[in-house]
Design a protein around this ligand. Structure first.
Ligand SMILES: [Zn+2]
Length: 164
């Protein structure tokens, strides 16, 4: 297979970048690396990886990716914490997608935490369109737990909806 560039936009090949995380050869050292690999998992269609890197407390029971959505780019705008010596971190990003002939832009500030040495995705706040400085506009934001989310939501199983 010819080398393809990683969807997350580092300029590395997929095999050198998020592919190593997806196949379990490597684990994310930082929250940003995990966030990038999760974006790439959406792009290459790997819901198992998304579930495996989701905090069990907020993880949906199942996740279906919309095959009509083509992820076209990722911009990481800001990070806090999330480093090798942190246990929590956030990543603010914009994800671009194209679906059904229309372009979509998703802005989110995702929260990550380190669980048993591995970074996992906790939840995210979907912002309104970000300001030029990259700060999510505070009004009207809501919590969500599916980042990078899909332009066409319905998802089976929301956290807390289980019958346990
Ligand atoms: Zn990558």
């Amino acid at each position: 297979m010819p080398p393809t560039r990683c969807p997350c936009g580092t300029g590395l090949t997929y095999a050198e970048c998020c592919g190593r995380l997806h196949d379990g050869t490597a684990t994310a050292g930082t929250a940003e690396q995990l966030m990038r690999s999760r974006y790439s998992a959406f792009a290459v269609g790997d819901p198992a990886y998304l579930l495996a890197t989701w905090d069990p407390a907020t993880r949906p029971r199942s996740l279906e990716l919309d095959p009509a959505v083509r992820w076209t780019g990722l911009e990481v705008l800001a990070t806090t914490g999330g480093g090798p010596f942190d246990v929590e971190g956030t990543v603010t990003f914009r994800a671009h997608a194209r679906a059904r002939g229309a372009d979509h832009l998703q802005a989110e500030r995702s929260r990550f935490r380190r669980a048993e040495g591995r970074w996992v995705y906790l939840d995210g706040e979907v912002g309104r369109p970000l300001t030029a400085s990259g700060t999510p506009a505070p009004a009207g934001r809501r919590r969500r737990s599916g980042a990078p989310g899909r332009p066409a939501p319905p998802r089976r199983g929301t956290p807390g909806s289980g019958g346990r």
